[in-house]
Design a protein around this ligand. Structure first.
Ligand SMILES: Cc1cc2nc3c(=O)[nH]c(=O)nc-3n(C[C@H](O)[C@H](O)[C@H](O)COP(=O)(O)O)c2cc1C
Length: 355
């Protein structure tokens, strides 16, 4: 078995195990509405076994980066239809990544209102806004009633994704955004049923998982986690213990997949408490997607060693629209240009050459 062995995700038979990792590209220029440029970008990459889209806001309060798309307004659903149609016309499959940034935002995105989080703990550092870089603020700690509303917004986001023609959704529980802020004891110091023990800190994630599975089907629902992540000032006293519990509990939901980001170079530099993939593989029985610095060789090895069922490629897919074809033919790869990762036009977006 290798990256080219077919695989089933939910009820979808996929032609390969070379998935496209979710990547924010900031091309939703007007009102966070997906456009033709994005339809072309994703269609170019339709030979992936599965595309997972860039992170997409479930509510206006979920925004923390300029020109990123949403899935909470009717025009956004209409915009995404262009994307799903273009990918399906080329025989691809595409899941939408559902996102709420939590404290990784700024009042400038919310007419002066404060970003929200499990607890009023300010991230260190600063954030990009439409008015330039600004220091993070101390977020508003969500009340229980507000938490219930956010959970409903996730469920509505999943329903909207189905209306937009997506094949499924991925719950973004990684990289220091709202769900991850709940999961970790460095950012969640609540003393109610959403904080304290890992069972309580994970309640927010599991209520979202349950709500979405009930609404659109567990076979169309994936979850992404970054147990070793330090991005966005994340800290946790015992990630191995906590994420093993979470992965074991996810077994009860019959999900389409669990998507794990391994420790990245930045995490190692920040002294991350690394959780080995083998530990999580042991804990989780369903389809597991691995991601984080994989090459074709490492991806094949992960599949052959039964560490992962599929591999998601980020930067390599960004720069190589025909990544599976290049892997198949052992052709050289284009180099990703980080200067154009988050710019607003077609340069560095639609113009990476195919073979
Ligand atoms: C330009 C860019 C944007 C990204 N945006 C997202 C995102 O929206 N959601 C997410 O979960 N991860 C995001 N990531 C992380 C990637 O999905 C992936 O975890 C990371 O790039 C490591 O994989 P790689 O080594 O194959 O690139 C982004 C990465 C890049 C390079």
């Amino acid at each position: 078995m290798d990256l080219f062995s077919p695989i089933k995700i939910g009820n979808y038979p996929l032609r390969n195990r070379i998935f496209m990792a979710p990547m924010t590209r900031c091309r939703s220029i007007m009102n966070n509405i997906p456009n033709e440029m994005m339809a072309e970008y994703y269609a170019q990459r339709a030979s992936a076994g599965l595309i997972i889209t860039e992170a997409t806001q479930i509510s206006t309060r979920g925004i923390g980066y300029p020109y990123t798309p949403g899935i909470h307004a009717a025009e956004q659903v209409e915009g995404w239809k262009k994307v799903t149609q273009a990918v399906h016309e080329r025989g691809g499959r595409i899941f939408l990544q559902l996102w709420h940034v939590g404290r990784i935002s700024h009042p400038l995105y919310h007419d002066g209102e404060f970003p929200v989080a499990p607890s009023a703990i300010k991230p260190s550092g600063s954030i990009y806004t439409y008015e330039g870089m600004k220091e993070f603020v101390t977020p508003h700690a969500l009340s229980i009633g507000e938490i219930k509303t956010v959970i409903e917004q996730y469920v509505q986001g999943a329903k909207n994704a189905m209306k937009a023609g997506f094949d499924g959704i991925e719950i973004h529980g990684a990289n220091g955004y709202l769900i991850d802020q709940f999961l970790r004891d460095g950012t969640n110091t609540r003393d109610d049923e959403y904080g304290g023990s890992v069972e309580n800190r994970a309640r927010f994630l599991f209520e979202i998982v349950k709500g979405i599975c009930d609404a659109i089907g567990s076979d169309k629902t994936g979850v992404r986690l970054s147990p070793s992540g330090t991005f966005n000032d994340m800290k946790d006293s015992n990630p191995q213990k906590h994420f093993t519990y979470i992965c074991e509990k996810l077994n009860g939901y019959n999900l389409a997949y669990l998507h794990i980001i391994d420790a990245l170079e930045g995490d190692i530099r920040h002294g991350a408490n690394v959780v080995e993939l083998s530990v999580l593989r042991e804990a989780y029985n369903g389809i597991l997607i691995a991601n984080g610095g994989y090459t074709q060789e490492r991806g094949n090895a992960a599949i052959q060693n039964a560490l992962a069922d599929a591999v998601a490629f980020g930067a390599l897919f960004l720069a190589n629209p025909d990544l599976p074809e290049r892997f198949a033919e052992n052709e050289p790869l284009n180099t990703p240009n980080s200067d154009t990762f988050y710019t607003q036009d077609e340069k560095g977006y639609l113009d990476y050459p195919t073979l």
